[in-house]
Ligand binder design. Structure first.
Ligand code: 5RP
Length: 244
């Protein structure tokens, strides 16, 4: 419940930063959905924006709330996107994809002039990697792709990394693109850009959940309902305890 209050506070704060006339990317996950709800409230009060969603679930929520949607393909670039993260490090690098939406999220973030990340304090880390890295792969030959991901990780210095297809009970998780997600239990990830590039060279890997230095600002919500914006270069320990 307390993390939820923090996520609500972050979403409301992020919505307060959106300016009239902006083109806005709508992220995915519970924190981003709080942002969408708060944005819908501002739209109801007269804010004029158009939005592109980063998942089918976010699209559905936006439509239900009357948020005006435009296909990203129809726009040159978004002004800002607001999305959550599973982990965010001081340089603005993130692990995302806990909700299996990393591909659309990365397309939206890459095509936004800036990306605001909405999180509760538990997502702020000094070093990435404790959260298992989501990787979207094709169903075709996914077992071979998993072996190739594990071999790559061995060559890059990890040992015995568990790489497994994500399941819900007995069924594989299926993404918005009809692909699978595999999770790589890295433990530590100190060179996110290097690994992000290498993973995408493996045939069968569609995209990975490393967002290297992609966040322009982190909105950290707190369970007391407050939130603050910190820029890359922050001290993770200070942000977690709320002194930065
Ligand atoms: C979905 C994501 C989410 O943004 C991430 O999992 C954070 O979710 P939440 O805000 O629910 O904690 O990357 O693919």
């Amino acid at each position: 419940m307390s993390a939820e209050q923090a996520k609500i506070a972050a979403g409301i704060y992020a919505a307060s930063l959106i300016e009239d006339g902006q083109k806005v990317g709508l992220g995915s996950g519970t924190s981003a959905w709080h942002f969408i709800r708060a944005l819908a409230k501002r739209i109801g009060e007269g804010l004029n924006v158009v939005c592109s969603p980063a998942s089918s679930t976010s699209r559905k929520l936006a439509l239900e709330l009357g948020v005006p949607l435009v296909e990203l393909d129809e726009l040159d670039e978004l002004d800002v996107c607001v999305d959550g993260a599973d982990e965010i490090a001081p340089d603005g690098s993130m692990i995302k994809g806990g909700g299996a939406n990393l591909l659309w999220e990365k397309i939206i973030a890459t095509n936004s002039a800036k990306m605001l990340t909405v999180v509760d304090p538990s997502k702020v880390v000094t070093t990435l990697g404790a959260f298992p890295l989501p990787i979207e792969v094709t169903p075709a030959y996914y077992g071979t792709t998993i072996k190739n991901i594990a071999s790559l990780l061995e060559r890059m210095g990890w040992s015995n990394v568990r790489v497994e297809r994500r399941m819900t009970e007995s069924s594989p998780v299926i993404t918005d693109n009809d692909n699978y997600i595999v999770d790589a239990h890295l433990g530590t990830l100190t060179q996110p850009l290097e690994l992000a590039i290498a993973l995408n060279q493996i045939p069968g890997v569609v995209e990975n959940g490393i967002f290297p230095a992609m966040s322009s600002g982190v909105i950290v919500g707190r369970e007391d309902g407050t939130a603050s914006l910190v820029e890359p270069g922050f001290n993770a320990d200070e942000v977690r305890v709320g002194s930065q």
